[in-house]
Write a protein that binds this ligand. Structure first.
Ligand SMILES: Nc1ncnc2c1ncn2[C@@H]1O[C@H](COP(=O)(O)OP(=O)(O)OP(=O)(O)O)[C@@H](O)[C@H]1O
Length: 265
């Protein structure tokens, strides 16, 4: 795959809740190795789209292809096993586990396989555990959380929980990460730090990112490419600088964009 090939292809996806067409014929691609933004006014359908990609919701129509696999309607754990991991607007750490334990439960290991290895190949199991501990320590160090490894995750600050969420996602060795509003409610210094981590994860591990974010200055700073959703579909794509000049996009932010989105189809 070249760096411009899409790793994610969303094609004509529809999802309604009763009479509300939250996602209404949405099509876009995410280039392999890119940091792509997903933006749009409130109610545009971004979170619904993320839930459809990650398998938390099933589309009524359309297809979603990830890394050559048709993942349309696939269960969330199956999507994650293929290397597509998402984080949530509200961090979902295990509060009664330590920071280190939170990382150790993150990797996508087959429970059956782990149990069989523990019972019948204890030496190999021990070796795997040691490797995981070493990797977890390395990731905690990279995120500046090493000194907190024995603290309960529930006692961390909001910003530290955000870092832990990202660290846990990296522990799962993803090909692509979908971050749902990673900067919501955190201070500017931490925004800078998370931007640096995202760049570092992309450059050192080759992870592709799709980032839902309301802070357009952050989007401009961090993304290569941006998809604008309005009224349930992809209204425009381009760099943030290009999109700031796009009349339909400006209108979408002022009006919710329903008429522009329909006209663009
Ligand atoms: N479970 C649901 N049941 C009914 N309506 C829903 C549901 N989820 C989303 N919607 C509606 O679908 C539309 C799109 O919502 P969604 O949360 O996907 O938009 P969004 O772009 O993520 O918005 P925001 O930026 O405010 O988070 C909205 O009109 C919302 O009220």
């Amino acid at each position: 795959m070249s760096t411009t090939d899409p790793i994610l292809v969303v094609d004509g996806v529809v999802r309604a809740f009763g009479g509300v067409h939250a996602v209404d014929g949405c099509s876009f691609t995410v280039a392999d190795g890119s940091i792509t933004g997903l933006i749009g006014p409130n109610g545009a359908g971004k979170s619904t789209m993320v839930n459809l990609i990650a398998g938390a919701l099933r589309p009524d129509a359309g297809t979603i292809n990830f890394d050559g696999h048709d993942i349309t309607g696939l269960a969330p754990h199956k999507v994650a096993e293929l290397g597509l991991i998402r984080t949530f607007q509200i961090s979902r750490e295990y509060p009664a586990m330590t920071v280190m334990e939170n990382l150790m439960v993150s990797p996508l290991r087959q429970v059956g396989e782990g149990l069989m290895t523990a019972l019948f190949a204890p030496r190999r199991y021990r070796q795997q555990e040691l490797e995981l501990v070493a990797r977890a320590r390395g990731i905690l160090a990279a995120f500046g959380l090493e000194h907190m490894r024995d603290e309960y995750a529930g006692s961390l600050s909001g910003g530290q929980k955000r870092l832990l969420e990202l660290a846990r996602a990296v522990m799962a060795e993803p090909k692509m990460l979908i971050l749902d509003e990673p900067m919501a409610g955190i201070n500017p210094a931490l925004v800078d730090r998370i931007c640096e981590h995202i760049n570092e994860i992309r450059s050192s591990l080759g992870v592709t990112f799709l980032i839902v974010e309301h802070n357009l200055d952050v989007v401009e700073r961090i993304t290569d490419h941006v998809v604008v959703m309005a009224a349930g579909c992809a209204l425009a794509t381009g760099t943030m600088a290009e999109l700031r000049e796009n009349e339909a996009v400006v209108n979408a932010y002022l009006t919710g964009g329903a008429s522009d989105a329909r006209a663009a189809r």
